[in-house]
Design a protein around this ligand. Sequence first.
Ligand code: 5AD
Ligand code: SF4
Length: 463
Amino acid sequence: MNQIAPKKLFIKTYGCQMNVYDSDRMADALAPHGYAPTQDMAEADLVLLNTCHIREKASEKVFSELGRLKELQNEKRATGGDLMIGVAGCVAQAEGEEIARRAPMVDMVFGPQAYHRLPDMLAKAEGNRHMHPALRRAVVDTDFPEEDKFAHLPAAKKDVTIGRGLTAFLTVQEGCDKFCSFCVVPYTRGAEVSRPVAQVVEEARRLADAGVKEITLLGQNVNAYHGEDVSGRAVGLGELAYLLAEIPGLERLRYTTSHPRDMDDALIAAHRDLDFLMPYLHLPVQSGSDRILKVMNRKHTAAEYMRLIERIKTARPDMAFSGDFIVGFPGESDADFEDTLKIIRDVGYSSAYSFKYSTRPGTPGANLTEQIDEAVKVERLARLQDLVNKQTSDFHASCVGRTLPVLIERVGRMPGQVGGRSPYLQAVHLEGSTDLIGGIHEVEIIGTSTNSLVGRLRQAVAA
Ligand code: 5AD
Ligand code: SF4
């Protein structure tokens, strides 16, 4: 029995849900090597920054965080301790060597395709610690491997952070072949890869056995999923949903993020047939202007997107949509922006994420010259956000009087309250005992408060 106290691992995660999932898997991969997670950075022996490169200032943020970590490292060394530092994620992938050069106190720099090699990298980096600091160099790994990294990562377990309880993320697809002209993902995450069906089903089953009731399938382009089954046939996301619906104990399925071009008939049919598949879809359109959509290389028009929305609503009339929008893409005129407001009005989103365009080095968008003034971007963003905020509160208000199945996840903000999520991912608070936690209960919505719904328990439908 190893009597040595475990070393402490602190992971700071930036960006998307896939990074959240990856951070958990890194923690899993390091557990057998004596690292236990901590929530307190000050007591960590190893700090990993899991970075995001999607929008601007990403690398500056990383360098300023590294500055703070350097101080912590110095303090620890002054008292005979030490701190190892690793930079992971998409900034590491994009700027690996640059980070190693500019931040010599970093021990490891590695991209998302190298996580299964983390224990080896750590062993190497620990070996480097015995070298004179002037000679020491970070271990850098930004290769895109041929092998399947998921096959080499430990499967999610209950006793580690991914099994956080009732809901969990499960990455089924990674990378992107769409090459939208503003986006770094195809460069940082690489080409589209789907995990085999059996691997996904096995991981979902394991999570369900550990008490998880709701899984969100993740992928940069999740609805392009085409995992192989045992016979080598490609299985799409729609078909995968039917397979996951069979898993005992698993009550709800979500997936994110989808590209309109990959919303195929089988997936729409799954929304029609499976109550298990939540009626909430994140389907970014980015712009409502055909001219801008073309330069963005989105591969569809505004009218095609609207037709798709209608088809999905025909299959599942209570579907709620969320979206992503970029304002101030190069060349965006007032008329183009008005088209974006129009598509938002036509769809009626339940929620939306919106961003000012920022040039990402290495993307085709970086070569476009007709940049939009910052002041115009700010003004357009504010107008767009006013509109979507109004839509979100209208959507919340439209739920009042309805009875919705709510997965009760936690104690509420007030004593005697519990909180959970509606099918549309809204936070719901209600009076009720903690015995309700873990069940899906019928809740009558009686009011709204900022960003959430207030409900009253009707009856239990599933334990
Ligand atoms: N500038 C602004 N927003 C961007 N996004 C991706 N790249 C950029 C960029 N260069 C937004 C898109 C995408 C979301 C994840 O981030 O809206 O859907
Ligand atoms: Fe980026 Fe476009 Fe791929 Fe989404 S579909 S990850 S926005 S390139």
